[in-house]
Write a protein that binds this ligand. Structure first.
Ligand SMILES: Cc1cc2nc3c(=O)[nH]c(=O)nc-3n(C[C@H](O)[C@H](O)[C@H](O)COP(=O)(O)OP(=O)(O)OC[C@H]3O[C@@H](n4cnc5c(N)ncnc54)[C@H](O)[C@@H]3O)c2cc1C
Length: 287
């Protein structure tokens, strides 16, 4: 299908983009990689009068390490994140997650900011962003808001970003043991979206788990932190018994499980438990 007519703007600064958003209000949509928005426009599920393409704003594409913080511009593509040498060294979980998104074409166009804002419950980024204790920065003409990853995903396709805001940056504390991390997923074979995706980031001390972040996508209507599993791991040796017992709680923090033609809720819960165990073991092996 062909989208409704809309006016197209391609600003080159964030300020210019915010001015357009303020001027056009609810009639306006932000376009980033377009891999979700364009299909929505074509299906006429949305018919904005104005589309503001943020793809020419260079500032939004930066990837840099700033002291103990990794700063990723919202318009950084998945492909750019796969390739970043800085991230391979300081946070390989980001590169590993990006590499498993869709196919090469999807990775070349899709952006981290677009993916997070779209809040698809089967998207990959939310799992990694939760496991890494990230913050998402949203800017409006009134100023900047910093939103914790754990507060960012509200419901199916609903994030905490307001209509007058642009997501500008994802901030991630540099992990203490960058290599002690993994992203494992069971992809839906046509799209690559996660039937289940588990990201784990560990900090080990004297053979025990000192700190852990586990993010799970694909199971619940929004990605979540597997807090029950994390609590069971913290302070303990990561042997088969302890990891098995902790992983058995991986679906405990998911109140509802999604069901569709690809997998039942019960099967997704089973996969979450199995993959949480595998992810923790794999991350521990890499430490
Ligand atoms: C065939 C196919 C396969 C895919 N497979 C996967 C997969 O395996 N795993 C996965 O996680 N994803 C997958 N995706 C999703 C894709 O990777 C993109 O991440 C996703 O479509 C959204 O990113 P985008 O940059 O294209 O955003 P857009 O489509 O441009 O925007 C999406 C939404 O976010 C809003 N938005 C975008 N950027 C901002 C911003 N900076 N501030 C505020 N609002 C913003 C837009 O207004 C829109 O509502 C797939 C997509 C396709 C088409």
């Amino acid at each position: 299908m062909i989208p409704n007519n809309f006016e197209y703007f391609a600003p080159t600064t964030i300020e210019e983009a915010l001015k357009l958003i303020d001027t056009h209000g609810d009639d306006c949509k932000i376009l980033s990689g377009g891999h979700s928005l364009i299909p929505i426009l074509k299906l006429r599920l949305a018919a904005p009068a104005v589309v503001v393409d943020i793809g020419r704003i260079k500032e939004l594409k930066q990837i840099r390490i700033d002291g103990n913080t990794i700063r990723i511009g919202a318009s950084a593509t998945h492909a750019a994140l796969v390739k970043s040498a800085d991230l391979k060294k300081h946070c390989p979980l980001i590169c590993e997650t990006a590499a498993q998104i869709g196919d090469q074409q999807v990775r070349n166009r899709g952006t981290i900011g677009g993916c997070l804002t779209h809040a698809d419950p089967a998207a990959d980024w939310p799992a990694a962003i939760l496991a890494l204790n990230a913050e998402i920065v949203a800017r409006s003409s009134q100023g900047e808001r910093v939103i914790k990853a754990s507060d960012f995903f509200v419901d199916v396709m609903t994030s905490a970003v307001k209509a007058n805001e642009i997501v500008t940056e994802v901030r991630i504390p540099v992990p203490a043991q960058p290599q002690a991390a993994v992203y494992l997923k069971v992809p839906q074979s046509a799209s690559g979206y996660a039937i289940i995706g588990v990201a784990a980031q560990l900090k080990l001390k004297d053979g025990k788990c000192e700190e852990v972040g586990i993010g799970i996508t694909g199971l619940a209507p929004k990605a979540y932190r597997a807090k029950s599993t994390e609590d069971a791991l913290r302070g303990n040796a990561l042997d088969e018994t302890n990891v098995g017992a902790a992983a058995a709680k991986a679906d405990a923090d998911a109140a509802d499980a999604m069901e569709d033609i690809h997998a039942s809720g019960e099967y997704r819960r089973h996969l979450a438990r199995v993959y949480a165990g595998r992810a923790v073991q794999a991350a521990a092996k890499r430490a």
